[in-house]
Design a binder for this molecule. Structure first.
Ligand code: XIL
Length: 458
């Protein structure tokens, strides 16, 4: 009998260690800071759900690795398992980055979502540009699935076997596979995947299939017919690359209709992009959008969970692909949790809320002097009803401003992301007191005031 529930691989030891880490975080955390919040994965597990992120194996160290390991109970390699990554030239395999993700997941008690075996995109040149008879193409595909799904046999909870098979109008997408093999490439791929790794849940994954529409109905009809024919299909992945304020009203209804067909549903690539620059109003709307998606999944038993397509704005595909858009993930570029993070936590039953500016400690940013190419700014950290023994202020310079100098804090800038931590002598902010630090920076064109997030030091 195949399990349709998420399997939790987390060992007692890992839980115990994470518990200790959480205790450490509590001791170090400023009152009202984020560190003591329950990790998303623990909230999700208590609801029998998965919470995941796409991850880039090259980045899985430092803060990125800490957050990836702490917050998520499933990970998806962002590109490392795609055909062009694993077999760049015919017969020459590069499993290193994919292996890294699988090893990271094992070390952190996480599931792996395999992505993806059959797709029209990110195929190696030798495959995409070759000319193949249908028989050759079929053999190539079968061999690929046997090689990749076989390599990770038993270690992949779910495979996105087929990615993006449909056009917007519900017809089959023209691709090397459809053009060469007809629509049965899908059934064959699923059958070969089952043979290669009998324990993996097998999915078809697509975008713009979140609401009830022509494309999702085509997917629905395909899944129904595959099930009728006895083809192995365990789930559908709704990518959910969404635009701010545009969560489909029929999302939950759509999830439910797939569930009623007898398959699982996963939100596999959630992000909510906004036109830059981000503003606090947009971040609030984004939080509502993330919550709406997570709520819809929580509401349907067969929705196994939500994976975000990158957890930090510093590692999102959005700015590269959607010109003028960004800030699509739950953490900002400096790894500070955004309102969207707290919205996901809330949807998963967490009681976490962002620090209340009225009762905790707040950071106020101001420009104190400005001339044609530069300016002097300051940040005042004030506490009322709380106190700090260390602090970290982070913000994003939205218009190309660049720090040149800082005082009364240690500041670094990486891209647009600025992080300032207390100097050795001013980490303490007493209840009712404040600390101020300053900086010089260059500007050009405009000099908008960013929102500062206050957190603990690492
Ligand atoms: C994206 C990656 O995030 C990018 O780094 C890459 O350049 C292009 O692909 N749907 C999918 C994912 O199924 O594989 C895509 O990932 C995003 C859209």
């Amino acid at each position: 009998m195949r399990s349709t529930r998420p399997r939790f691989l987390r060992s007692g030891l890992v839980s115990a260690l994470t518990g200790l880490t959480a205790l450490g975080a509590l001791l170090f955390a400023a009152p009202g800071a984020q560190a003591a919040d329950t990790p998303l994965r623990d909230l999700a597990a208590a609801k029998g759900k998965l919470i995941g992120s796409a991850v880039n194996p090259a980045k899985l160290t430092g803060t990125y690795g800490d957050i990836a390991g702490r917050e998520f109970n499933t990970v998806t390699p962002d590109n490392a398992m795609k055909w062009e990554s694993v077999e760049p030239s015919r017969g020459t395999y590069n499993w290193g980055p994919a292996d890294q993700v699988v090893a990271f997941a094992a070390a952190h008690g996480q599931q792996v979502r395999g992505h993806t075996l059959v797709w029209h995109s990110q195929n190696p040149g030798w495959l995409a540009n070759g000319s193949w008879t249908p028989a050759q193409l079929s053999t190539i595909l079968q061999d690929h699935i046997a090689a990749e799904a076989g390599r990770y046999k038993g270690r992949i909870a779910a495979w996105d076997v087929v990615n993006e098979p449909f056009n917007e109008d519900g017809t089959y997408r023209s691709s090397i596979w459809y053009n060469g093999l007809g629509q049965d490439y899908i059934a064959n791929a699923l059958t070969w995947a089952r043979a290669a790794d009998p324990s993996a849940e097998l999915y078809i994954n697509d975008y713009n299939v979140e609401g009830v529409n022509a494309k999702s109905t085509a997917l629905y009809n395909l899944v129904r017919s595959l099930k009728q024919r006895g083809v192995p299909i365990d789930g559908v992945g709704l990518q959910a690359h969404l635009i701010l304020g545009q969560v489909p009203a029929t999302l939950q209804q759509n999830i439910q209709r797939f569930a009623d067909l007898g398959v699982d549903v996963a939100i596999t690539e959630l992000d909510v992009r906004m036109q830059l620059p981000s503003t606090s109003a947009k971040l609030t709307q984004q939080a509502a959008d993330y919550k709406a998606v997570a709520d819809a999944c929580v509401a349907v038993a067969r929705c196994v969970g939500v994976t975000v397509w990158g957890f930090t704005d510093s590692d999102s595909w959005v700015p590269d692909v959607f010109s003028g858009y960004g800030a699509a993930t739950p953490y900002d570029e400096a790894f500070a949790p955004k309102p969207a993070y707290h919205a996901i936590a809330g949807s998963l039953g967490g009681t976490t809320t962002p620090p209340d500016p009225g009762t905790g400690c707040t950071a106020a940013y101001s420009v104190v002097n400005q001339w044609n190419s530069g300016f002097t700014g300051q940040v005042r950290i004030s506490c009322a009803g709380a106190a700090l023994s260390s602090w970290k202020a982070t913000w994003t310079f939205g218009a190309g401003q660049t720090l040149t100098q800082a005082w009364n804090a240690d500041c670094t800038q990486s891209g647009a992301a600025v992080t300032c931590t207390n100097a050795s002598y001013n980490g303490t902010v007493p209840d009712g007191g404040s600390v101020t630090f300053g900086f010089n920076a260059s500007w050009n064109g405009s000099n908008p005031v960013p929102v500062v997030t206050l957190g603990r030091t690492p």
